[in-house]
Write a protein that binds this ligand. Structure first.
Ligand SMILES: C=Cc1ccc(O)c(OC)c1
Length: 170
């Protein structure tokens, strides 16, 4: 991967990474204000989301922040340093997601009303805050608005197929 310096280099990236707590996540920076993502393991492993609106900025050369709030009430702030294969993420889970994660483990796009009624039905506070460093082990530029990158649910062995190139999107 050539040097990722500016926003134009960062947008279009498909990244797979492991947080230091062992959780495996995958993100596709679809365009200037949109991400798709899959969660492969961890508290909400199996969840996947398309067209999440986000704020994306370049902090300094090679350092980028993506932040957003979700229909579940979960808030997320991710700091990526792709040239160092490193990120730091903070996930601010409402109490209900920590206590009933299974409600969120699905293709969220088909279940927005369920997320909205759950966030009203259950408690938000105290929040469960997860600050973690992570290691990026896969980086590929798939171009902007590539609907093939995140188009199916995560499954066992999917990461290996993407890393090996058996599963590709170009
Ligand atoms: C809660 C969603 C969430 C949290 C941490 C992440 O690194 C992420 O990447 C797509 C998504």
């Amino acid at each position: 991967m050539s040097n990722i310096k500016n926003l134009e280099d960062f947008i279009g990236l498909h990244l797979i990474y492991t947080y230091d707590n062992g959780w495996n996540y995958e993100i596709y920076v679809k365009n200037e204000d949109t991400i798709d993502y899959r969660i492969h393991s961890g508290m909400v492993g199996g969840r996947w989301v398309r067209d999440q609106k986000v704020d994306i900025v370049k902090l300094v050369d090679g350092v980028f922040k993506i932040c957003w709030t979700e229909p579940t009430g979960t808030d997320v702030s991710l700091d990526f340093m792709p040239n160092e294969n490193k990120l730091h993420g903070v996930i601010f889970f409402p109490k209900w997601v920590h206590e009933h994660p299974e409600i969120t483990v699905r293709y969220q796009n088909d279940f927005i009303p369920l997320m909205e009624e759950s966030r009203e039905k259950y408690e938000t506070y105290p929040k469960y805050v997860v600050p973690e460093f992570g290691t990026i082990f896969y980086t590929k530029n798939e171009g902007k608005n590539n609907e093939k990158v995140i188009s199916e649910a995560p499954y066992e062995g999917m990461i290996d197929k993407m890393v090996s190139g058996e599963l590709s999107f170009s």
